[in-house]
Design a protein around this ligand. Structure first.
Ligand code: ZN
Length: 54
C-alpha cells in the first residue's frame, strides 16, 4: 500500500487514529508493517502490501 493512503485509514473498530510501524518498505510502498490504534489499542497487520483491517 502507498504511504499517501495511510492518512485516510482509521480504526475500523472505534474510528480512532492509527499509528503505523513500518517493517518493510519498497519504493514508497509499505510491504510489511503494523497499524496500532491510538484510541483502543487494537493492532492491524500489513502483509504483502495489504492491510488486514478486519
Ligand atoms: Zn480503535
Amino acid at each position: 500500500m502507498k504511504r499517501e493512503h495511510i492518512d485516510m485509514i482509521i480504526c475500523p473498530y472505534c474510528h480512532g487514529e492509527l499509528k503505523l510501524e513500518i517493517k518493510k518498505e519498497e519504493d514508497g510502498n509499505i510491504i510489511e508493517g503494523v497499524f496500532k490504534c491510538k484510541n483502543c489499542g487494537k493492532t492491524y497487520e500489513i502483509e504483502d502490501g495489504i492491510p488486514k483491517m478486519i
